[in-house]
Design a protein around this ligand. Structure first.
Ligand SMILES: Nc1ncnc2c1ncn2[C@@H]1O[C@H](COP(=O)(O)OP(=O)(O)OP(=O)(O)O)[C@@H](O)[C@H]1O
Length: 263
């Protein structure tokens, strides 16, 4: 067992004690592409973990398998102590997902979209929940505008409201600040940090933004060609590669430069 744990108890005695996510020897092969190649990790509850890697490294496929949207070729996944996708009905209501690449129905207003997603999750007091999110995420000015008429920054805030509608214990984010200006991106990050603290939530985010990762993540898992290349805190990884920034580490990994062990 590694320091982060790679064993999976198929029937944990107390699911409240189980890791937020447990992935064991997980692989996904699409015809000829081995998108995810025998990865194992365990994510502690209440942590923010970054999933890094260049284009095609397998981040989105990994997140999709954790969500139960893509079936693994082999390996096991448990979310909040429940095997996925077998027991997904027990956990789908307690998790949520955001990606700027998934569009909402464009003709429906922001309020209508949030209402539909809230009903899908059977959110109690939905009107009040939408009002609260609209106020916290600054959606009030455009909440009755068609979703297709929003700017990129507004769309991202709405996507985040959709992801938080059911007050998830586990939030999976695929590049939550892609194509945002630095100020809006920073604002989103601060909101995510606050949400995590106030709700003791667990966040797993795929990101290409290394400053975001340094700022937000307790831990990063670096993927390359479907495999895990490194897994530690940003500080430990930077020390190991003898680099001052995660940006430099990312380039070292992408270009296959040998890591310079200093510890
Ligand atoms: N539905 C699919 N059918 C066939 N191949 C796929 C499919 N989805 C992903 N792949 C392939 O699997 C590999 C991993 O893709 P994935 O989208 O998981 O990577 P990623 O790390 O999220 O990349 P990016 O940073 O570019 O979003 C890539 O080679 C991709 O082309």
């Amino acid at each position: 067992m590694t320091s982060h744990g790679t064993t999976l108890d198929p029937a944990p005695i107390d699911r409240r004690e189980a890791a937020a996510i447990e992935v064991v020897h997980l692989s996904k092969v699409y015809k000829t592409t081995r998108a995810v190649d025998d990865i194992s990790f365990s994510i502690a509850r209440g942590s923010i973990t970054g999933l890094l890697g260049g284009n095609g490294a397998g981040k989105t496929t990994t997140i999709a398998m954790i969500m139960g949207l893509v079936l693994p070729t082999s390996g096991r996944i448990a979310v909040l102590g429940h095997p996925m996708p077998g027991e997904s009905a027990h956990v789908l209501g307690r998790m949520n997902f955001e990606s700027p690449y998934v569009d909402m129905p464009a003709r429906l207003t922001v309020r209508q979209n949030l209402t539909i997603f809230g009903r899908l999750y059977s959110v109690m007091h939905l009107k009040a929940r939408i009002e609260k999110l609209a106020s916290e995420l600054d959606l009030v000015d455009f909440i009755d505008r068609p979703s297709g008429k929003l700017s990129a920054g507004q769309k991202t805030r709405v996507a985040l409201a959709k992801a938080l509608i059911n007050q998830p214990e586990l939030l999976l984010l695929d590049e939550p600040t892609a194509s945002l200006d630095p100020d809006t991106a920073d604002w989103i990050r601060r909101h995510l940090e606050t949400y995590r603290k106030e709700n003791a939530a667990t966040i797993l985010l795929a990101s290409h933004n290394m400053l975001e990762v340094e700022r937000l993540c307790d831990r990063v898992i670096i993927m390359k060609r479907g495999r895990i290349e490194d897994d530690d805190s940003p500080q430990q990884i930077m020390a190991r590669y003898n680099r001052a920034t995660m940006e430099e580490v990312f380039l070292d990994v992408a270009r296959g430069r040998v890591q310079e062990a200093t510890s």
